[in-house]
Design a protein around this ligand. Structure first.
Ligand SMILES: [Zn+2]
Ligand SMILES: [Zn+2]
Length: 141
């Protein structure tokens, strides 16, 4: 645990942010999460802690801007956050969204390959994109 905290602290400092206890806790939670989490879900998980929802939200935004987290809109206009380091696959990967229940799954085993193409939109060339696969999850199938 101690060693893990040191690693998280170094990661956060490495991107030029102060390693506050709330940032460490948010990053730790998201590195262990199997799916991207919304602000509400993160706040719920940390309900026993001293930090309010606004602090947690600022941490999510700050760490996204710094590249420690990736945020995606899965089509419901809710930002969901996931860590770009740790157990979670660090590369951008598609997300499977269930059209029935809204469950979201990471698909790190599928890689989105971009063929060289001059007229591709700038966001695509800069990899500022989200890849989504939609269908029924096993529970709804
Ligand atoms: Zn489903
Ligand atoms: Zn993911």
């Amino acid at each position: 645990m101690r060693q893990q905290t040191d690693e998280l602290r170094a990661l956060i400092r490495g991107v030029g942010l102060r390693a506050t206890p709330s940032r460490i806790a948010v990053l730790s939670l998201l590195r262990e999460a199997a799916q991207p989490m919304s602000h509400g879900e993160v706040a719920e998980h940390m309900a026993d802690e001293v930090w309010d929802r606004a602090t947690i939200y600022r941490n999510l935004i700050d760490m996204s801007d710094a590249g420690l987290l990736r945020r995606s809109d899965m089509g419901d206009h809710v930002w969901r956050f996931e860590a770009t380091t740790g157990n979670h696959n660090s590369k951008e990967h598609p997300h499977f969204v269930c059209t029935e229940c809204g469950t979201i799954e990471c698909l790190p085993e599928i890689e989105f390959k971009l063929q060289a193409r001059k007229r591709a939109p700038r966001a695509l060339r800069k990899r500022e994109i989200e890849v989504q696969v939609r269908g029924l999850c096993d529970n709804c199938y």
